[in-house]
Design a protein around this ligand. Structure first.
Ligand SMILES: C[S@@+](CC[C@H](N)C(=O)[O-])C[C@H]1O[C@@H](n2cnc3c(N)ncnc32)[C@H](O)[C@@H]1O
Length: 333
């Protein structure tokens, strides 16, 4: 049954998340309100984590309904994705006035977090979304959200299928998929991009636009102090960039297949910890960097106080457990 209060509240939360900048109090309020409404409508709550099952695919793990619901609460991730997607919609609408945009959202979860709140800011004549998830429980929940918020006019097809094998049936103006963890571990983001992007037209915007992973040598004390102090009071902070490990985007789908080797400079004495940093460029200047969210958390690979190395090599492994693997070449004394 349609609920006007819910519609107003979700629309207002979407506006707040787009406009609140780095006001984390407002951001949290808006995300909490979305969670209150969506969990109330669907009965899917984050405290059910563990009660439902992940789906293991040949290309990685599709996280369970409750785990996918939990993504909403990562407030900066949700805010930055909504802002990026909103910008992409506006850009495509202004490039194609009079046209109804067609969007594909692959990996919706039970709340359709990255598109449902935005729909209330547009007219159904402006955009139609096809929804896709491998998890039928999530799609049943999402249909309840759509019905309650009276959004059926914005919804095209609903596919319960594997996005890594999905054959794209039509032209899309925007395709969205956030099925990742930091360092592109576990979940099938890469396989989904490798399947969908070559099927999309050149004018289609894929979101996220780019995911890149950089190798940096870090100083643990500096890293800690950076988190403890306000930006303008922070003691000097530096990292040593070794280079880009992988980047994946519409125009760079194959970089992930290569091995990347980095020499370890003498600075490793002052910057002894090798971390990989994931950066997600959602769209335009809407970017998530280290510590903004779980999908961009730095991952420690080596501590050169414990073992020394001349070179480090990284490669990406695809399959049921996608991950970055690495090895070192040790000095010969
Ligand atoms: C990390 S959750 C994200 C949920 C929501 N899009 C958000 O950002 O809050 C990923 C979702 O993608 C779905 N998924 C993962 N791999 C998939 C695949 N290969 N095909 C279809 N859906 C997939 C999962 O079932 C889950 O609902």
């Amino acid at each position: 049954m349609t609920d006007k209060t819910h519609i107003e509240s979700v629309g207002q939360s979407a506006k707040t998340l787009i406009a609140c900048g780095d006001d984390f109090a407002l951001m949290k309020q808006a995300v909490d309100e979305l969670y209150r409404v969506f969990s109330g409508i669907t009965g899917v709550r984050v405290d059910q984590l563990g009660a439902d099952k992940d789906i293991m695919l040949p290309s990685g793990k599709a996280i369970s309904t409750a785990a996918a619901a939990h993504c909403l609460l990562e407030m900066k991730r949700t805010a930055v994705f909504l802002r990026g997607i909103d910008k992409a919609i506006r850009q495509q609408l202004s490039a194609n006035p009079q046209k109804t945009l067609h969007l594909l959202y692959a990996g919706t979860g039970p709340y359709g977090t990255l598109i449902i709140p935005l729909l209330l800011l547009y007219k159904p004549q402006e955009l139609i979304v096809d929804l896709l998830d491998i998890n039928s429980v999530s799609l049943v929940a999402l249909q309840k959200v759509i019905d309650t918020l009276a959004l059926n006019d914005y919804i095209g097809e609903v596919y319960c299928t594997d996005a890594t094998r999905f054959i794209i049936p039509r032209h899309y103006d925007i395709a969205i998929s956030e099925t990742m963890l930091a360092c592109l571990k576990s979940e099938p983001q890469v396989a989904i991009m490798q399947n969908l992007i070559p099927q999309l037209a050149e004018d289609c915007i894929f979101i996220p636009e780019e995911i890149s992973i950089d190798a940096c040598l870090t100083n643990p004390k500096m890293e800690m102090e950076r988190l403890l102090y306000y930006e303008n009071e922070s003691p000097p902070f530096e990292r040593r960039l070794l280079g880009n490990v992988f980047v994946i985007s519409k125009h760079k789908l194959d970089d992930i297949k290569s091995r990347k080797t980095f020499s370890i400079p003498d600075d490793a004495i002052v910057f002894p910890v090798l971390n990989l940093f994931t950066t997600v460029k959602v769209f335009d200047n809407e970017i998530l960097t280290d510590n903004d969210s779980s999908i961009t958390l730095p991952k420690r690979f080596y501590d050169f106080r414990r073992q020394s190395a001349n070179e480090v090599v990284f490669w990406y492994v695809q399959g049921e457990k996608p991950r970055i693997e690495s090895g070192i070449v040790q000095p010969t004394f």
